[in-house]
Design a protein around this ligand. Structure first.
Ligand SMILES: [Zn+2]
Length: 49
């Protein structure tokens, strides 16, 4: 888990480029690395202890 709530929020609301696997902001329209518009939300990893 992230130490800061803000960082955790960003981590869970990041878009992953399906072409180059680069991380992009959740409000990104296209990949900032390769320009692809095939962005998917990252799977939320829920770990409970
Ligand atoms: Zn990309």
């Amino acid at each position: 888990m992230a130490k800061f709530p803000e960082a955790e929020y960003e981590f869970n609301h990041v878009l992953i480029c399906q072409k180059c696997k680069a991380r992009n902001p959740a409000n990104a329209k296209r990949c900032r690395r390769c320009g692809s518009t095939d962005l998917r939300k990252k799977r939320k990893i829920a770990k409970k202890k």
